[in-house]
Design a protein around this ligand. Sequence first.
Ligand code: PEP
Length: 247
Amino acid sequence: MKKFIAGNWKMNGSLAANEKLVHELLDRVGRPSCDVAVCVPCPYLSQLQSLLGDQRLIALGAQNVSQHESGAYTGDVSAAMLREFGVRYAIVGHSERRQHQAETDTNVAIKAKRALEAGITPIVCVGETQRERDEGLTDYIVRRQLAAVVHLVGPCISEIVLAYEPVWAIGTGKTATPEQAQQVHAILRKQLQAATEKAHTIRILYGGSMNASNAATLMTQPDIDGGLIGGASLKADDFLAIIGAAK
Ligand code: PEP
């Protein structure tokens, strides 16, 4: 399966910084052996759509999508709106949103469904906190988070991208070991196998302090099909090195 590297810029960037970063990426990315996307803040979608143009090496993604189709939801951005800006992927259920915006498993599942209905691939994030890991709840938490999405989208589950992002590894510099990550990825793959015959085609990304030095080893694991990259996606050298490691 072709690997997938997605950058999550989070709430970072400026018109000038984005232009510099995207030019560097496009100039130096060559012919990557993996799929690549950058998930950017909504105000920059138009700028990114124009910077990325017609090339097919780097796709455009968003970091969230409304669970509603349209109407009186001040501040929300619908899947159909994202689609108008050429968005191909939308992160849903990032732990920062589960934590700070109190998004529940059900909210996340509805968002995944809305994205799919609009022809956008949701990158569904699941992951446990340090406390949950310490209490031996990792498998239960990630399975519960994924189950909500499987339940709502049914057979369309084969069209998602899944990302295992242990909360304790996000932005902390503490990466899961390849064995720790593989163990959870295998559990998620098994859960997907119970839901669809196409489970082997669903990409399961690892996210959490993935960087140029640990990316290659993480991606040698059998069920790690790429990475969701936060901090390191903001630096062209680092992001390009990770893309280069995804063979
Ligand atoms: C993320 O925000 O999805 C993430 C993985 O962040 P970082 O790579 O900075 O840990």
